[in-house]
Design a protein around this ligand. Structure first.
Ligand SMILES: O=C1O[C@H](COP(=O)(O)O)[C@@H](O)[C@H](O)[C@H]1O
Length: 260
């Protein structure tokens, strides 16, 4: 597996994990903005992912970020109508984006297109193709996706990341930056996801996971199980791969967590 080695950082519980990840993200954005602009961040849905966004919104330090220079993308989306409460976009808006208000230009927010047959988005493949075009518009010459500075991934108890599920063909898709998903084992069945090629193009990949129900998948991923059975094992950044977890989530990891 190419990519940066993993560093595992363990926090006592899910709330502390979310607060610490939010602080880490804010600090990273400020550091990145001292050197270059714009900054591209990929958001995740899921429990800890959304909790982390709420923690960013609640942090006074969020004012240290120049949000006009931050672009927000998504690693995956539930293919539902605009505004559906189950959309990762809807939850991210409620947790953070709405709170940022005018500080974050609307043009910097890049959601995956919702189900909207009247606008030509009738299938997950339509949305995936539209997102590929949006990504390409911000990609450097010769690349399919922007240079993502930080790409955050939640992980399901089955080891899925983004909407790349174990045993599903989305895991193996290559040559395209995005993929439409059908028959997801976790509702809703239709989704849109970045492919592993897009995920692995990110400079930093942060996997966030909390809770005992994630412990088997965390142990499996950190022991380099096949990506086909534990997709999270394939999540790597080009410069850094962080596993930001709580104590319950690493309960089944054999050795003391550390670089892997
Ligand atoms: O459905 C999804 O689930 C995963 C993980 O969610 P969690 O609630 O178990 O933390 C999430 O990463 C993904 O973005 C989302 O679409």
């Amino acid at each position: 597996m190419t990519g940066a080695p993993r560093t595992v950082l363990v926090h006592p519980d899910a709330d502390t994990l979310a607060e610490a990840t939010a602080a880490r993200l804010i600090t990273r954005l400020v550091d990145l903005q001292s050197a270059a602009a714009p900054v591209h961040v990929v958001l995740t849905g899921g429990t800890v992912g959304i909790k982390t966004l709420a923690a960013v919104a609640g942090s006074p330090a969020r004012g240290a970020v120049d949000w006009t220079g931050v672009h927000l993308w998504w690693g995956d989306e539930r293919f539902l109508a605009d505004g559906d409460a189950d959309r990762n976009e809807t939850q991210a808006r409620e947790a953070l984006i709405d709170a940022l208000g005018d500080a974050l230009p609307a043009a910097n927010v890049h959601p995956m297109r919702p189900l909207d047959p009247a606008a030509g988005i009738a299938t997950p493949e339509d949305s995936a193709a539209a997102y590929a075009a949006e990504l390409a518009a911000f990609a450097p010459e010769g690349a399919d996706v922007p240079t993502f500075d930080v790409l955050v991934l939640g992980m399901g108890p089955d080891g899925h990341v983004a909407s790349l599920f174990p045993g599903h063909e989305g895991v193996d898709v290559t040559g395209v930056p995005t993929v439409g998903i059908h028959g997801s084992p976790k509702p809703p069945p239709e989704r849109v996801s970045l492919t592993f090629e897009s995920i692995r193009a990110a400079r930093e990949v942060w996997v966030v996971a909390a809770g005992a129900e994630k412990a088997p998948a965390v142990a499996s991923a950190l022991s380099d199980a096949p990506v086909s059975t534990t997709p999270a094992a394939g999540a790597r950044g080009t410069e850094a791969t962080l596993w930001l977890v709580d104590a319950a989530a690493v309960a089944e990891v054999g050795a003391t967590p550390g670089a892997a």
